[in-house]
Design a protein around this ligand. Structure first.
Ligand code: AMP
Length: 185
């Protein structure tokens, strides 16, 4: 199974991804984590990514594609968190999976209201969680990532969960839709 967690920054994708990937033995692919790790390890790619992350901009697609290809395992199913973030990346992902005779099975959209997103991000204390960067990330989400909802809806792969509730309650909703094989309206 290959699963995508979609949602605005601060929606709880990372938190849910940790739980769900363990439970279902999926390989957790978080492009944000991969960039932060590359930076910690002093890699050039990390420095390059940081310049975009600090501004709340998207890292260029070719850089994202490179890090995804390097990190997606050949056989194990994946849980994608924070990737894809625009239509070009969704097409890149389709291509990567196609080459491996795989496909995306379920796309889970975690919906959280605007005020809660702001509060959650401000309380995280990550270096790119300052007000100016947060506002830009939310705008980038609206402009570039949100169209993915329609992209996956058209493929009948999209299911939405209410992300305004507690962490275990969100997990439960995701579990329910996975148990239905993702075949939700
Ligand atoms: P995240 O940890 O998913 O919130 O990502 C933090 C930052 O990393 C984002 O604001 C972007 O600058 C960058 N980033 C992470 N994933 C992607 C992606 N798939 N495409 C472009 N930029 C990304």
């Amino acid at each position: 199974m290959n699963l995508i967690l979609l949602g605005a920054p601060g929606a709880g994708k990372g938190t849910q991804a940790e739980v769900i990937s363990k439970k279902h033995n999926l390989f957790h692919v978080s492009t944000g984590n991969l960039f932060r790790k590359a930076l910690e390890e002093g890699k050039e790619l990390g420095q390059l990514a940081k310049s975009f992350m600090d501004r709340g901009e998207l890292v260029p697609d070719e850089v994202v594609a490179r890090i995804v290809i390097q990190n997606v395992p050949e056989t194990q199913g994946c849980l994608f968190d924070g990737f894809p973030r625009n239509l070009a990346q969704a097409e890149i992902l389709d291509e990567i999976l196609k080459r491996r005779e795989k496909t995306i099975d379920v796309v889970c959209n975690i919906q959280v209201d605007h005020q809660s997103l702001l509060q959650r991000m401000l309380s995280r204390g990550r270096s790119d969680d300052n007000m100016e960067t947060i506002q830009n990330r939310l705008k980038v989400y609206e402009d570039q990532t949100k169209p993915l909802i329609d992209y996956y809806k058209k493929q009948s792969k999209l299911a939405s969960v209410n992300g305004n509730v507690s962490v275990p309650e969100v997990t439960k909703q995701i579990e329910t839709l996975l148990s239905k094989g993702g075949h939700i309206s």
